[in-house]
Ligand binder design. Structure first.
Ligand code: C5P
Length: 230
């Protein structure tokens, strides 16, 4: 019944709340994202526990460091049998991560441009190009470096597919099922629209983890996904 394209973000403050959420969702979701909120308070132990329950684990570390450190960190993370890992989509970082995961089944995703950054912030940081151009440049570089895919919004997904084809993952956050509250996300799309735009995987947080009945929320998202024919 589960669909590995649906990734529930375990954005809760403690491991026990994350475990309760996974229990509540049960067999409806098999793929979980553990991010910076949980990683310092036992997130890796949770990753082990989820793997022993046959779940898929997406470690959202967003690594960004000197190549030697990224390579060694990726090697450590590959050894715990995680399924997905994010690194910033800068070529030296990505090449190091690809070296570090050699011999493992870990898949690597490049974070192209954080969605909290607009053209003005990129100029403030010192980039000479806007967000759209930088996203496309980094997707191209990610594919050249041997990455498995990128994290990108649904708005970006359509253009990325048009330019670079379908042979890699596009993992998309900022998804809201019909009628759901957008929260602080500025640009939200429905699961159906994201899949139609070319997203291969959907990362969904609050619509599931804040729902009164998380299992039911995940189930109705799965139904919406199944109805697209993608
Ligand atoms: O609650 P919501 O569905 O907005 O959660 C989306 C998840 O995706 C969060 O874990 C958030 O950190 C993550 N994310 C995002 N936008 C990005 C990258 C990651 O919302 N560009």
């Amino acid at each position: 019944m589960a669909d590995e394209r649906l990734i529930t973000a375990l954005d809760v403050p403690s491991i026990s709340e994350a475990e309760d959420l996974v229990d509540a969702i049960g067999d409806v979701c098999e793929h979980y994202k553990i991010g910076l909120q949980l990683l310092p308070v036992g997130g890796m132990a949770l990753a082990h526990a989820l793997k022993s329950r046959d779940k898929k684990v997406f470690l959202d570390y967003k690594l960004h460091d000197i190549p030697a450190t990224v390579e060694k960190a990726t090697r450590s993370l590959a050894s715990v049998d995680a399924d997905l890992l994010t690194v910033h989509a800068e070529p030296p970082v990505m090449r190091a991560a690809v070296e570090g995961r050699a011999g493992s089944t870990l898949k690597l995703l490049g974070v192209t441009v954080l969605t909290a950054y607009d053209d003005a912030i990129l100029a403030e940081i010192g980039y000479g190009m806007g967000a759209r151009d930088l996203v496309l440049r980094r997707v191209e570089q990610a594919l050249e470096c041997g990455m498995d895919g990128v994290v990108a919004s649904a708005q970006e997904a359509a253009e990325i597919r048009q330019r670079f084809g379908h042979d890699f993952m596009i993992v998309t956050p900022g998804i809201r099922p019909l009628g759901a509250d957008a929260g602080d996300q500025k640009r939200v799309v429905t699961p159906k629209d994201a899949l139609e735009a070319g997203s291969s995987h959907l990362v969904i947080g609050r619509p599931i983890n804040q729902a009164e009945n998380p299992r039911q929320a995940a189930e109705s998202i799965l139904q919406e996904m199944a109805s697209t024919g993608h």
